[in-house]
Structures are given as structure tokens and as C-alpha cells.
Design a protein around this ligand. Structure first.
Ligand code: MCN
Length: 761
């Protein structure tokens, strides 16, 4: 793609601006769904299954209805709501998540009824009184149990717990394994984690009976997706539904789906013609919000005598939980395990299996962290099995810079990068401050390299200049803390040559009438930003031509800065964007075009951010506690629009990766009960448990969008877990520990050390 280079001197891109939009959040003046209150509002409480698998024998709302303040109790059969399409994926045994379970509940937390009351406390109290008789059924909660012969079926009508098998392959895999000098095989498991947004799931709906219109505010990453689902569920027309994502207290991928709770809230608002509010408790949020990651994999890496990777074979299975209509993260997992390496032959298979647990889905990285974990653990295992240096083994097998665009054996095309340069930058940072050992502490250093596909699909942008010379930029992306308003205003100000303060960014509201997709997959900067850049460039060209006409100068002699156009070398010959906007309507063709442009932007392919991460851990062998001493990330996110925000994104992602490696674990017992369904027993890292991250920027701008920007939102969650696990094994290996699985809780490390000690005596 040709990168347009109109002359402007705003240089907003690359400026580490502190985001003005943060101020109201930091002052506690944010407006989240739970901040919506109206005296006339009704409140909802869902009655949720305490069983992981059970038949509903009787459901009697009468005791709840007898309480004061109760307006209604709805069961599945009372709701006239269309839950949406069964599946968009051919060949998949789909199991749509019902809005309310009718005959059978399939995970702890599955809703069976909803209580509508005058107050939240009345709703909650009455929900506990709805009489439900359950007949418990045999259940499965783990992947291995679900695929065992004669396993109880989560959906007997589907005939199997296997929802789908995804496969990809390329190159002659069998020949690669035959030719290999070494074949290293491992079974690798990844535990289930929760997204834990600070704000719990919530919705507020208002029905305007006079206009026949519904407005729904909800905790979503994708208002347009919710918009489509509400229209389908309630049978309303497009213009009768407005969906707004107000301030959203974290999305992390788990706020991507259209939760049934949103639709039920909208339904009740229309049914009673009153505002309706639903805010999940933290406990409910753990039960209901989709969780992620859990998978098991057999991986084999074929290596030549010279230490070149010849072939890769991955056979993985992932836990879908109780319901799914699409393969979700498995689509990434099946395609990405080649990572940063030039592996000429690969075969990859991922099965999705149903279990009687919380439905899983995307969580920051969505298949990318799983894939990176598999290959980066394998590379380290291979290095140790072959007696090679893990750094040199990686360096020897990297995709070389001159190979881009590089097509992998699993069919992806990496656009750009310099993997050795990020590795060098990470190593130089490490060397500048070598790790020291505390007495009795075991020190380990681990490395992981990764690729991060970003910017998939399309996004839209609209840029218009108003009569006062101000600029309104509308995007289909929506922010849950990424500070898009700042980033997008920087992009538009830069492309138009106006002041940052003169750009207003609008997002997250379907009434803006600009169809969009939303925020996930680290797509907003590359794609949403790309859309705005392309749109602003067209507005710039139109504006500059008008300015040239007004100034009687050649367009190419004009420069734009601070909202003004002036002739190079004659700054007194100047006009403003306001003058240009005023003139735009009164000029003859071809100058009379409106300064209002919409674009739908698609990069044609994803752009691959990438990087190298080094972890230094110290382990106390007497307690098994692993402390992260240092965490270094050298990353390539292409052009950084706002380096301060890039740093913040990387830090947030790294922290979630640290959590996954060291302690986060959504555990189930044999009865399918969540053992860690509250913040008392689901650990997330605290500020004093993580080091100051050392981040280095090693950009290779992508050729796929006008900004050269790649995404960075998921890099940290992809990079940190394998680096930390590799570091912990580096510390434990000299003592005889050969393998260990995440999360690396003290009990596991201590037990592993005890085990080797006992086997040595
Ligand atoms: N950025 C930049 N230059 C780049 C890339 C990014 O300046 N080349 C900065 C921008 O400020 C941009 C931010 O980084 O707003 C994130 O950009 P990007 O990588 O495009 O990712 P998205 O904006 O699409 O955000 C999605 C990504 C994902 S997939 C998850 S999950 C996630 C994440 O971002 N969830 C988050 N970061 C989060 N941060 C917060 N606070 N809350 C979440 O829910």
C-alpha cells in the first residue's frame, strides 16, 4: 500500500501524551453501568443453578411472587425471545447458550429464572425463594473426562462431547519427522483462567413507549454485536434500538460476547415500559462471564543434527465449557504454534470439547497465548534435551527479516519484523543489570519469543470538520480502558494538521450511525486508527485544495499546522480550517465536496506484532514461593502512536501474564463446583508482587496500514507465561525437576522439589 504523505506539521504521532480521558476515571467520576440509577427502574436477579448438570424437575415461582416488591418471575417458557442463530460454523456440533435453561442445567450458574422487582435487594431475596427441584445428572468437568469412552454427555442430542476438530497442515510433515535427528515430544497443559474485569457484568435498559425505542447501556466491547442481537431477539427494527457502551471497567475479551443477561434486561424494559437495571455480583460474574485458556496438548518437534527445526506436530484439545456456537480461540490456537520460527512443515489439530463448566471463550490473547506457550515451552525443552543454548537455538530458527512477507506452513502470512533484533534488545537489557542471588534462593532465567496477529477484519471511521474548524472523528472501535479517545485524536490531529484539543472522538454508541465492529484482537489502532488515518487523509486533501483556492496557491505549496494552512516560505499567506469549512459549501466543483468522509478499512491481512520476553525468578526452595525478580520485554508494535499508552498496555498485559503463570486458576472439583469463584480464592497479582517491567521498543512498521502501526494490546499476556515457566524450570532443573505446569503456585514447586528429593534418596 502506498503511504500518503500530505504536508502537515502536527507531529502528534509518537507523542507520549497523558490521556485527558483518564482524569474523570481517576477522580471517580466515570459513568459505568452500575452508576445508572432511575427511581422508576426495575431490578433483576437471576436464579442460577447450584448443580453442574441436573434436570429441572419443578420450578415454582410462587414463593418469590408472594414477596413484596416483586413484579414478575420469568422462566424459559415465559420468555418470548429469540436467542439468535445456532451456529455460523459448518460441521460444528453447536450448543447455543440459552437465555434461561428450560429442562436441563449444564453448569453451576446456568440461569433458570429471572426475578423482576422494585429494588435490587427485593429481587435478590426473592430469587433465593424460587423453588427449584433438580435431579442431579452425571457430569464431566475436565477435557480428559469429556473425551473418555462412555463419558456422560453434556448435550445428549449432539451424540458426543466433541464439538469440532480444527485442522491445518503444510509441508511434508511425515518426511520432516523421518529426516529428523531428534524428535522431542511433550504433553503440555494450560489451566483455566478468568478475565476478572473490575466492573462486573451489567446492563441498563430504557424503553420509550411513545417512540417505541429501546436504549441499552451495557458492559460490552462490541456495541454493534449487541445491537444486532437485540434487534433479532426483540424483533425490533435497526433504528429502534440504540446500544451504548458507556465507561466500561475492563473488557479483556470476556466482554466480547452478547450475554443473555443483556437481552433479558432489554426484554423486561420493553415488557413493562420501565427502565431496568441488572448488575452481577462478583460471585455471579465468576460463574457467568466466560473463562478461558484451558487446554491439553501433545506436541512433537522434529530437529535436524544442526539444530534446525524441520517439523512440528500439535494435537490439542480445549475445554469449551457447557455451550458454544463457534470454535473461538481454537481458531488461533490451531494456526499459531509455529510462532517466530521458520518451520517448513507442520500439522496442527485442535478439538473443542463440551464439559459441565462455565462456557469459555476469548480472553486477552484468545488462542495466541496458548500457541506461544506450546512452542516456547517446546523450544526450551528441545534445547535442554539436545544440550543446546536456548538463545542460540531460537536465533538459528527465527524467520529471517528478509523472508517477510513470510508464509508459514500453517497458512498464515507474517508481514514484517526483525525477531533477532528484539531478542538482542532484551538480552542487552538483561546484561546491563545482571541478576543477583539472595542467600538460599534458586535463580532462574527464562526466555520466550512470540508473534501476535493484530488488526483482523474491518473497521470504520468518519471524520468531519465543523463550521468552527473543530473536527469530529467517529470510530467503530470502543474503549474499555485503552484510551482510544486520546490515541485517535492524536492520529486525526496529525493527519489534518490541527491541534489535538480540536479533535473530538466519538465511539461506543450505535446512534452515531457508523457501523463498526468493536475492540478485541488488538485491532483498534491498526484497523480503527488506520480507518481514521485514511479518512482524515481524504478530508485533508479536500481541505488543502480549498485552502489553495482561497490562497491562490498550489496545493503542494501548502503546509498545515495548528489548524491553519499556510504557504511555505510565506506564513502570512494563511487560512484556517474554519475558513475552509465555511467555503466548502459555496465553491464550484470539484472543490465543493463536504468535509465529511466515511471509510471502511480492511488491511487485507493481519499485521504481526512480535517480541522477546525474559523473566528472572528467585525461588525459595523451603516454601516453593517463586518471586519474579525482573521481567523484560523487547517488542515490535510497529509505529507507536502514543508510547506512554503502549507502555501501559504492555504493563497491563504482562501483569495478566504473570497472574496466569504464577497463580491464577479457575478450578473445578469433581462435582463441577468452582473452587476459586471469588477474589478471596482466585489470586490476581498485586502491585507489590510484580517488578518494574523493563520494556524496549524495537519497531518495524507494518506496510499494511497508513500508520505503520501494529497492535500491542495482547503482547504481555502472550509473552510472559512461557518466559516465567521457562525461568522457573531453569532454576529447578539443576535439582532434578524436569517439568511443571502452570500455575506455579508454591504448593506445586515445593511438591516438585520434594518429589525429586525423595526419588534421589
Ligand atoms: N497503541 C499505540 N500504538 C500502537 C498500538 C497501540 O499507541 N501501535 C496504544 C493506543 O493507545 C491504543 C492501545 O495502545 O489505544 C491499545 O491498542 P491496540 O493494540 O490496537 O488494542 P485495542 O485498542 O484493540 O485493545 C484491545 C486489546 C485487547 S484484545 C484486550 S483483551 C485488552 C487490551 O487491549 N483489554 C483491555 N487492553 C486493555 N486495556 C484495558 N485497560 N482494559 C481492557 O479491557
Amino acid at each position: 500500500m502506498e503511504v500518503p504523505q500530505p504536508r502537515r506539521e502536527a507531529s502528534e504521532i509518537g507523542k507520549p501524551r497523558r490521556p485527558p480521558e483518564l482524569e474523570h476515571l481517576l477522580r471517580g467520576a466515570g459513568h459505568y453501568v452500575s452508576d445508572f440509577h432511575q427511581p422508576s427502574a426495575l431490578h433483576l436477579a437471576f436464579v442460577r443453578s447450584p448443580h453442574a448438570h441436573a434436570r429441572i424437575e419443578r420450578l415454582d415461582p410462587a414463593p418469590a411472587l408472594a414477596q413484596t416488591g416483586i413484579v414478575a418471575v420469568f422462566r424459559a417458557k415465559d420468555l418470548s425471545l429469540d436467542p439468535g442463530p445456532a451456529s455460523g460454523v459448518p460441521g460444528m456440533r453447536a450448543a447455543p447458550r440459552p437465555l434461561l435453561a428450560e429442562d436441563v442445567v449444564r453448569f453451576v450458574g446456568d440461569p433458570v429464572a429471572v426475578v423482576v422487582a422494585e429494588s435490587a435487594s427485593e429481587a435478590a431475596d426473592a430469587a433465593a425463594l424460587v423453588a427449584v427441584d433438580y435431579l442431579p445428572l452425571p457430569l464431566v468437568s475436565t477435557i480428559d473426562d469429556a473425551i473418555a469412552p462412555d463419558a456422560p454427555l453434556v448435550h445428549p442430542a449432539l451424540g458426543s462431547n466433541l464439538a469440532f476438530t480444527l485442522e491445518r497442515s503444510g509441508g511434508d510433515v511425515d518426511a520432516a519427522f523421518r529426516a529428523a535427528e531428534h524428535v522431542v515430544t511433550r504433553r503440555i497443559t494450560i489451566p483455566r483462567v478468568a478475565g476478572v474485569p473490575l466492573e462486573t457484568l451489567g446492563a441498563f435498559a430504557a424503553w420509550d413507549p411513545a417512540a417505541g425505542r429501546l436504549t441499552l447501556w451495557c458492559t460490552t466491547q462490541a456495541p454493534w454485536r449487541v445491537h444486532a442481537a437485540v434487534i433479532a431477539a426483540l424483533g425490533l427494527s435497526e433504528s429502534d434500538v440504540r446500544v451504548i457502551a458507556p465507561d466500561v471497567g475492563g473488557g479483556f475479551g470476556v466482554r466480547g460476547p452478547v450475554y443473555g443477561e443483556y437481552l433479558v434486561t432489554a426484554y423486561v424494559a420493553r415488557r413493562f415500559g420501565r427502565p431496568v437495571r441488572y448488575v452481577a455480583t462478583r460471585r455471579e460474574d465468576f460463574l457467568v462471564t466466560q473463562s478461558a485458556r484451558e487446554c491439553v496438548a501433545e506436541v512433537a518437534l522434529a530437529v535436524s543434527a544442526e539444530g534446525r527445526f524441520l517439523g512440528l506436530h500439535v494435537r490439542a484439545a480445549t475445554n469449551l465449557g457447557a455451550y458454544a456456537t463457534a470454535p473461538g480461540s481454537a481458531q488461533r490456537l490451531v494456526a499459531l504454534p509455529i510462532g517466530a520460527y521458520d518451520i517448513p512443515a507442520a500439522r496442527s489439530e485442535v478439538r473443542g470439547v463440551y464439559t459441565n463448566t462455565n462456557p469459555t471463550g476469548a480472553y486477552r490473547g484468545a488462542g495466541r497465548p496458548e500457541a506461544a506457550y506450546l512452542i516456547e515451552r517446546m523450544v526450551d525443552e528441545t534445547a535442554h534435551e539436545l544440550g543446546q543454548d536456548p538463545i542460540e537455538l531460537r536465533r538459528r530458527n527465527f524467520v529471517a527479516p528478509e523472508r517477510f512477507p513470510y508464509r508459514t506452513a500453517l497458512g498464515l502470512t507474517y508481514d514484517s519484523g526483525n525477531y533477532a533484533a528484539t531478542l538482542d534488545a532484551a538480552l542487552a537489557t538483561l546484561a546491563a543489570d545482571p541478576p543477583t542471588t539472595a542467600p538460599g534462593e534458586l535463580i532462574g532465567i527464562g526466555l520466550a519469543c512470540y508473534v501476535e496477529p493484530t488488526g483482523g477484519g474491518w473497521e470504520s471511521g468518519r471524520v468531519r470538520v465543523t463550521a468552527d474548524g473543530k473536527v469530529i472523528a467517529t470510530t467503530g472501535s470502543t474503549s474499555q480502558g485503552q484510551n482510544h479517545r486520546t490515541t485517535f485524536a492524536q492520529i486525526v490531529a496529525d493527519r489534518l494538521g490541527v491541534r489535538f484539543e480540536d479533535v473530538e472522538v466519538r465511539q461506543g454508541d450505535t446512534a452515531e450511525n457508523l457501523p463498526g465492529i468493536g475492540t478485541f484482537g488488538s485491532r483498534s489502532t491498526a484497523l480503527g486508527g488506520g480507518a481514521l488515518a485514511e479518512t482524515a487523509d481524504e478530508v485533508f486533501r479536500r481541505g488543502r485544495d480549498i485552502a489553495a483556492h482561497l490562497l491562490e496557491a498550489a496545493p503542494e505549496d501548502l503546509v498545515a499546522r495548528d489548524g491553519r494552512f499556510f504557504v511555505v516560505g510565506s506564513p502570512e499567506r494563511a487560512t484556517t480550517w474554519a475558513d475552509v469549512a465555511a467555503a466548502a459549501g459555496n465553491l464550484p466543483p470539484p472543490l465543493n465536496g463536504e468535509l465529511d468522509v466515511r471509510t471502511k478499512f480492511d488491511m487485507g491481512n493481519e499485521s504481526y506484532a512480535n517480541g522477546s520476553c525474559i523473566a528472572v525468578v528467585g525461588i525459595d526452595p523451603t516454601t516453593g514461593v517463586a518471586r519474579l525478580r525482573r521481567l523484560l520485554l523487547a517488542h515490535d508494535g510497529g509505529t507507536a502512536i502514543n508510547p506512554r499508552l503502549v507502555q501501559a498496555q504492555l504493563e497491563g498485559g504482562l501483569t495478566q501474564g504473570v497472574g496466569e503463570a504464577l497463580g491464577e486458576w479457575l478450578r473445578y472439583d469433581d462435582a463441577g463446583q468452582t473452587l476459586s469463584g471469588s477474589l478471596l480464592d482466585y489470586w490476581i497479582p498485586h502491585a507489590d508482587e510484580v517488578p518494574n517491567y523493563e520494556i524496549r521498543d524495537v519497531p518495524t512498521p507494518t506496510p499494511l496500514n497508513p500508520l505503520g502501526a501494529k497492535g500491542v494490546g495482547e503482547a504481555g499476556t502472550i509473552a510472559a507465561p512461557p518466559a516465567i515457566v521457562n525461568a522457573v524450570l531453569d532454576a529447578l532443573r539443576p535439582l532434578g525437576v524436569r517439568s511443571i505446569d502452570m500455575p506455579l503456585i508454591p504448593e506445586r514447586i515445593w511438591s516438585a522439589l520434594q518429589h525429586v528429593q525423595q526419588s534421589q534418596t
